[in-house]
Structures are given as structure tokens and as C-alpha cells.
Design a protein around this ligand. Structure first.
Ligand SMILES: [Zn+2]
Ligand SMILES: [Zn+2]
Length: 569
């Protein structure tokens, strides 16, 4: 019983209860429980059987009993009963934009629609508009969504780097402690900084592969462990991430790491280059015409043997990296050590979960020299956005905080909302008083690309705006965000000295690396942000950093590598 299976059952139960109109807190209890179980690094079924699942936040005795029931009988009777009452297919229908639980139930009762196929038929027959509250425009909106692949599915097959990387790194850390293991690295698309991945790869240098296999079988992080030959194991973590673990003797770890990092196309080009030099290349080494094999412990030597400078993994996508490396002109990409601070995080003055001092000290612990508190502005009532009066009170609190805090400078920032017409949520005279202003879109994120571009451009042209936060407004699993004309925006951003953000929240990663690359090509600079709402989220900046590297960003392309007073330099 994996954590993923338990979480899926709770999610479905919560969704069915919502369709039935159950009280909100019951629905939320199952959803929160599902999220906790899915993210738990150990087997929650085993914890529940020992009576310890209640140690997890959001898991009470009721949920624990259901986990035990599921683990022992394979079903949760409450879920089976809910399934008998309400067609399961309505869950997917309710997830579609413009429908929701109430309308899904109305579609069922009034039109007999119980699944996506039935919905499609009803939409094609023009019958959706006969349901109360739904007109031709809702019908068109729904039809458009039905044409997209995976309509109403819970989540895309690919998962965010922000969820996969911590799991792969945790497993790597565990393997580093196994006797006989010399080196462990996360490889594959995660190492290349892909924003979303299907699965993960971990490579291990070890003298005793059997000890690695035994460690994986016994790992508390692993739900399923299967062999695939002596030097390969496929494991699945409790949250459901598949990780392929490859093992090599230490003397050819470099060959394996290079091979397992990819991309496939990069490796094809590399093998072609090797063949032109009379050697064949594989994960086992370079084989010369006379049959002699040369192996490398270090990845640098694999590239060196082919006359190339080492290429950062994020650039291995078969663009022009081999030619660049042959000329010895590989750019020095921005690194963690270049980051001096960040300016987009939240405190409990708006929707953050910690007070300013806690956030600031956590930022100082990360080695930052400055940090900006950028709470939300007044129109985002849901986030407890700040009115101008509260802004001025927060400034006083920041002055006091600066007076009693050593080693880091706290900046007065804001994440001011970009309103529907492109104006900002604060007047100019207030904006004047901030050290730095991040302007973000939080509404109208399903509008046309042209409308979105116009709003962002209006904010870029505002002389008070220093950066555009999460420009596209994507939320993985929920919406793609705006199809912005990023080249046009970046051109004006370059002209006005406005930074474009790479937001490191796992479900955002916005800009993504492709858009960030376009922005850099147009001359714009990037701002890396964690958008942290609690201290432990400050680490999300590292995801933004990987996306920036994948976009080819050098230190001088990134705002966070300089002190804020030099930001326009
Ligand atoms: Zn935001
Ligand atoms: Zn934010």
C-alpha cells in the first residue's frame, strides 16, 4: 500500500463528499490528509498499523482508522458507500473550469451526465445551456477544455521538479551512507533542470552493488524496489516517484553519470563526435578501434577525452553546446554562491505563515545579505492584502527590525497586484516609498495572451515597478497561465530596467526556462524568487536557480547577484 494509493483514496472521498454537499470541513479534512500522506517520506500504512500515523499533522484518529482499514482490507467502506451514492465520473467533470461541484451534480440530475464522454455528447448537442446557470459561453468554454488532452484529470503525468528533486536527493543522501559507496548523484532530467519530470535517475559509484540493492530494499523512503540486473534497480518512493538507480564501479562513475544525465539527443551528438574521432562511446567507457577501453571516474574527463570543455548539465539539450564547448566558450552559469539575497517573500502581514523576524532570520541563515518582504496589496482580500495604512505601519516595523537585526538588510518591498486595466493596486505616492516593487497578475489568468501581454506591458512601463512576479501565472495541474508575448515584454523590460521573475514555487516555476531564455535573448534580466510563505520555503529559490541555469543565465543576467542599490546599474 503506497502513500499515493492512500492519498488517491482520500482525495476521491473528499471529492465525492463535496459533490454530495457535505460540510466544508469534512471535505477539507480528507484533502489535507491526502496531501500530508502523499508528501510523507515514510510508509504511512505502516505508521497507521503501529498507531503512529496520527503523529503526522492533519491525520487524526478518524483518518488513521481509514488507512488501517485500507491497508488490511484493500477498501475504505465509507468510500465504497460514497461511490454507490454518486457517480465517480462526476469528479472529473467538476474539475473542469466553469463547472465545479454544484453544476456537475445539476448535469447529472438534469441531463443524466455521469462522465466526460456523456458531457461531450451533451455539449455537442447544445444541451448544456439548458442547465440552470449555464449559457452558450459556458458551453463553449467547456467544449474547448474537452478538446485538451487529459481534461479534468487530477494531475499531469509529469511532476514538478520541486516535488521530485527533494525525493531523489533524500534517496541519494541515504545511499551515500551505505558502506562501500563512494559517490552518489541525481542524474537525468532533474540534473538538467527540467521543470517537470516523469521519473528520476540516481547514479552510484560503489564497489559492492549488492549492498546498494539491499539498502534500497530496506530504505524507509522506498515503497517498491525491483531489480533490473545487477547494476540497476527501479524503486518507487512512497509519494509515487519512480527512481532508476544505476550503479558503476568507481573508476567509470564519470561515464555512467554522463550517460544517465542525457539528454538523449545530446548523447547522440556526443557519440557521433566520438565516432568521428575513431572511438565508440557508452556508459561503460570509450572504446578505441583496437579494442582498448578507457574509463573516467570524473565526468569532466569524459568530455575532455573528446576534446571538449565540460558542459553544465542544464545546457545538454542539443542546441549548440558541443560547438561552444569545442571552442572552450562554455558560459559560466549563475550559481548558488552568487546569490546575495531575494526580494519576494511573504510574512504574516498578508498570507505568509511566519512573522517578519522569523523569515528574515531564516534568510540570514541561508547566507543572504539582504531580503525583501513583499506582502500582497489591498485588492487581494483573500490574502489579507495590505491597505496603504497597514503598509506604513509595516514600514515602521521593518525599520525596527533592521535596527535590531545584524548581518542582513531588510528591504521594504511589495507584491502589488496588477489590476484588470493594467494599473497597479497602489497609488504612485505610496509606491514611491518602497525600496523595490514586484508587480504580479493574480486575476484574469485565463484571458487571451494579448490581454495578458497588455497588462504586463503596462506594469513594465510603470516607473515604480522593478520586477514582474510570476509573469505567466501558471499553476501546474490547474492552469497553464497566459500565452504572453514574452519577446515583446522582455524588450520593454530591458529598456526600462524591469526584471522578469523566475518564481521557484514548485507549482509555478514561472517563467519557465524556455521563456526565460527568450527573455534573456531580448536583453532582459531575471529575478529569482522563492515566493516563500513560510521559512522552509526559502529553499524554493534553488528551483528558480536551476530554471535560470537551464535558460543559460550568467551571474550578470540575474538581479539577485548584486546588491539592491546597484539594481539599475
Ligand atoms: Zn503572487
Ligand atoms: Zn508572492
Amino acid at each position: 500500500m503506497t502513500n499515493g494509493e492512500i492519498a488517491d483514496a482520500f482525495t476521491l472521498l473528499g471529492d465525492l463528499l463535496e459533490l454530495e454537499g457535505a460540510v466544508r470541513h469534512r471535505v477539507l479534512a480528507y484533502r489535507r490528509g491526502a496531501a500530508r500522506v502523499r508528501a510523507a517520506p515514510a510508509s504511512v500504512a505502516e505508521m497507521a498499523l503501529r498507531g503512529r500515523a496520527t503523529d503526522l499533522p492533519d491525520i487524526g484518529a478518524t483518518l488513521q482508522a481509514k488507512i488501517v482499514e485500507l491497508a488490511q482490507t484493500g477498501v475504505i467502506s465509507a468510500l465504497e458507500k460514497a461511490r454507490e451514492r454518486t457517480p465517480e465520473g462526476l469528479v472529473r467533470i467538476a474539475r473542469l473550469e466553469g463547472i465545479g461541484p454544484k453544476r456537475a451534480v445539476a448535469l447529472w440530475h438534469e441531463l443524466g451526465v455521469t462522465d466526460i464522454e456523456g458531457l461531450r455528447a451533451a455539449a455537442e448537442a447544445g444541451r448544456l445551456r439548458t442547465v440552470a446557470g449555464m449559457g452558450p459561453s459556458t458551453e463553449a468554454q467547456i467544449t474547448a477544455q474537452l478538446d485538451a488532452p487529459g481534461a479534468g484529470e487530477a494531475g499531469a503525468e509529469r511532476i514538478s521538479m520541486g516535488l521530485a528533486l527533494p525525493q531523489a536527493e533524500a534517496l541519494a543522501a541515504e545511499l551515500r551512507a551505505v558502506p562501500g559507496v563512494l559517490r552518489v548523484e541525481v542524474a537525468g532530467s532533474l540534473r538538467r533542470g527540467r521543470e517537470t519530470v516523469h521519473d528520476a535517475d540516481v547514479v552510484v559509484a560503489a564497489s559492492d552493488p549488492a549492498a546498494v540493492a539491499a539498502a534500497l530494499d530496506a530504505s524507509p523512503l522506498v515503497a517498491i524496489s525491483a531489480g533490473a540486473g545487477e547494476l540497476r534497480r527501479a524503486v518507487t518512493t512512497h509519494p509515487g516517484l519512480r527512481i532508476e538507480v544505476s550503479i558503476a564501479p568507481p573508476d567509470r562513475f564519470g561515464n555512467l553519470l554522463q550517460h544517465a544525465t542525457g539528454s538523449a539527443q545530446h548523447n547522440v551528438r556526443l557519440r557521433e563526435l566520438a565516432l568521428r574521432r575513431g572511438v565508440s562511446m557508452s556508459e561503460h567507457g570509450l572504446t578505441a578501434a583496437d579494442g582498448t577501453v578507457s574509463v573516467s571516474a570524473a565526468e569532466e574527463d569524459v568530455y575532455g577525452a573528446l576534446g571538449l570543455a565540460w558542459i553544465p548539465p542544464e545546457l545538454r539539450e542539443d542546441r549548440d553546446e558541443l560547438a561552444v564547448a569545442a571552442r572552450g566558450e562554455v558560459p559560466r552559469l549563475v550559481e548558488r554562491g552568487d546569490i546575495l539575497g531575494e526580494i519576494h517573500m511573504h510574512s504574516d502581514w498578508s498570507d505568509g505563515r511566519a512573522d517578519m523576524a522569523t523569515m528574515v532570520l531564516a534568510a540570514r541563515d541561508r547566507g543572504y545579505r539582504y531580503v525583501g518582504i513583499a506582502d500582497h496589496s489591498q485588492s487581494l482580500a483573500m490574502t489579507h492584502g495590505l491597505t496603504p495604512d497597514r503598509v506604513r505601519r509595516q514600514w515602521e516595523a521593518i525599520d525596527e527590525l533592521n535596527a535590531r537585526t545584524d548581518g542582513i538588510t531588510v528591504l521594504k518591498c511589495t507584491e502589488v497586484d496588477i489590476l484588470a486595466d493594467g494599473r497597479l493596486d497602489f497609488e504612485d505616492d505610496l509606491l514611491e516609498g518602497f525600496d523595490l516593487v514586484v508587480a504580479s497578475l493574480h486575476s484574469g489568468l485565463r484571458a487571451s495572451g494579448d490581454e495578458g501581454t497588455a497588462r504586463v506591458l503596462a506594469a513594465v512601463e510603470n516607473p515604480h515597478v522593478d520586477a514582474i512576479g510570476h509573469p505567466r501565472g501558471r499553476m501546474m495541474g490547474r492552469r497553464e497561465g497566459l500565452a504572453l508575448d514574452i519577446a515583446a515584454i522582455a524588450e520593454r523590460a530591458a529598456a526600462t530596467g524591469t526584471y522578469l521573475e523566475i518564481n521557484g514555487q514548485p507549482r509555478r516555476l514561472d517563467l519557465d526556462s524556455a521563456l526565460a531564455r527568450t527573455a534573456l535573448a531580448a536583453g532582459a534580466r531575471l529575478l529569482l524568487s522563492s515566493d516563500a510563505h513560510r521559512p522552509e520555503e526559502l529553499g524554493y529559490l534553488d528551483f528558480a536557480l536551476r530554471v535560470a541555469r537551464r535558460a543559460g543565465a550568467r551571474p550578470e543576467d540575474v538581479a539577485n547577484t548584486r546588491m539592491p542599490d546597484a539594481r539599475r546599474a
